[in-house]
Design a protein around this ligand. Structure first.
Ligand code: ARG
Length: 468
């Protein structure tokens, strides 16, 4: 059954009817569709279009539809209406009769779908923010649990300099903080009420948009009816922020896959997030992390999908826009699942401090510290760099580490070397020296940790009044 048949003499082609239908996808918007319709019905009554009695019946009918949709999953699954908006209107008329036929006065599905999607997205952002905070909280827990563990830091996937594990974990915290910020920004732009734009030109029944705005818990109304029905920037913002979060999760996954290899070994993944091999009994594979890495691809795909969807569209509403929802829902589901799995991975990580200590031996990770030592004794850095490079070459040739080279040989390289050079080689010394703000020195990391803890307790604006 459709809601626009008057000027047609022929029914729809069956294949086109299937093609045109979006109910299978947009039925997820039913709570928001009903919320928007209830507020709109009240606005119509205020505008004198509906009597108080008609309003009461419409609200009752919509309430029944909402309850039934909540309780009975087949309610929507069995329907053949074109989309969620037609579904609700058709059921309303079935339940309350003629009064239901007045609900759509002055409204279009074009402003209706925009308000539904914005309402949905505002709640969705609240959920994402909570999940992000959950993951960030677990990163902080691990950092707090292992304040003294030193691990190798990498550049170019080669061991570079020692760092505190807590410093490493806080780097991820920073990334997810920026994600939080981006979602907040996205929330601010989504938080704008489009109802009253009609099909494109505005509403002819003097509905009070400011009252609608307050009722639906938006902070402002859209300024231009043409833009209101064709704008999907808020979806691009969300999927773009989501893509970057997934990219961060993917990079985290890549790191943890690497650090949990037997070749590194200072991280162990729990049984809860690993799988075995159907053939090789010894295997414990990091599938959770590989899937996190893999699923980032689909969300990046969703972003491309939305941008391509929008790029050639003329003003104002075009049916192409119906294709936006899959990108939204898939991004939201992938994000929430991904954040939850990442949270479990981080919460159940085991750190092997002994393996980390062993991983710091060899590989000349103290080379920079050795050069810095010479600089402190008066040599220029570039000269020290060259000199230490030659010491590395010699040690490599003799298959020994810095600490096995005798002082007498060091002194042949430079008389600035003295007995205290061996202290400069320790990982502890290395991290303590890096005491600038943002560096890996234990005091700085402790400060960063408490700052991070404080920031996590702050409530996001999206959480206020949008609790999930
Ligand atoms: N189902 C449509 C969508 O999701 C809304 C309906 C607007 N359709 C129309 N023919 N004006 O975009």
């Amino acid at each position: 059954m459709n809601i626009w048949g008057g000027r047609f003499t022929q029914g729809m082609d069956e294949a086109f009817e299937r093609f045109n239908s979006s109910l299978g996808m947009d039925r997820r918007l039913i709570p928001e569709d009903i919320e928007g319709s209830m507020a709109y019905a009240e606005a119509l009554e205020q505008a004198g279009v509906l009597s108080a009695q008609e309003l009461r019946r419409i609200l009752e009918g919509l309430g029944q539809i909402r309850d039934r949709a909540q309780q009975d999953p087949d309610f929507l699954a069995d329907a053949d209406d074109e989309d969620v908006h037609s579904f609700v209107e058709a059921r309303l008329v079935e339940i309350i009769g003629d009064a239901g036929l007045k609900l759509h006065t002055g409204r279009s599905r074009n402003d209706q779908v925009a308000v539904d999607t914005r309402l949905f997205l505002k709640k969705a952002i609240g959920q994402v923010q909570l999940s992000l905070k959950g993951l960030m909280g677990e990163l902080l827990n691990q950092a707090r649990k292992h304040p003294d563990v030193v691990v190798p830091g990498y550049t170019h996937l080669r061991k570079a300099q020692p760092i505190l594990l807590a410093h490493y974990l806080l780097a991820w915290f920073e990334m997810f903080s920026r994600d939080r910020d981006r979602f907040e920004d996205c929330f601010r732009r989504t938080d704008c009420m489009p109802l009253g734009a009609g099909a494109l030109a505005g509403n002819a029944f003097a509905v009070d948009r400011e009252v609608l705005c307050r009722k639906l818990n938006f902070s402002r109304i859209t300024a231009n009816s043409l833009d209101a029905v064709s704008d999907r920037d808020y979806l691009v913002d969300f999927v773009s922020a989501g893509s970057l979060t997934l990219v961060h999760l993917s990079r985290l996954a890549e790191d943890l896959i690497f650090y949990s290899t037997p070749e590194c070994g200072w991280i162990e993944l729990s049984d809860e997030v690993t799988t075995g091999s159907s053939l090789m009994p010894q295997k414990k594979n990091p599938d959770s992390l590989e899937l996190l890495r893999g699923k980032s691809g689909r969300v990046i795909g969703n972003l491309t999908r939305l941008l391509v969807l929008l790029k050639g569209l003329p003003l104002t509403y075009n049916k192409d826009l119906q294709e936006d929802k899959e990108a939204l829902f898939d991004t939201l589901d992938t994000l929430l699942d991904g954040l939850q799995v990442a949270q479990v991975v981080v919460r159940t990580l085991k750190i092997d401090a002994e393996a980390a200590r062993k991983a710091l031996e060899g590989d000349f990770m103290a080379a920079t510290d050795l050069a810095d030592y010479l600089v402190r004794k008066g040599m220029s850095f570039r000269e020290a760099h060259g000199l230490v490079g030659r010491i590395v070459l010699e040690c490599e040739g003799r298959r020994i580490g810095f600490s096995e080279l005798p002082l007498s040989r060091y002194r042949q390289f430079s008389t600035l070397f003295a007995e205290d050079l061996f202290q400069a080689l320790s990982a502890r010394h290395s991290i303590e020296a890096r005491s600038v703000t943002g560096g890996t020195a234990p005091d700085r990391v402790a400060e960063a940790l408490s700052r991070a803890e404080q920031s996590l307790t702050l409530q996001d604006p999206s959480e206020r009044g949008n609790r999930v």
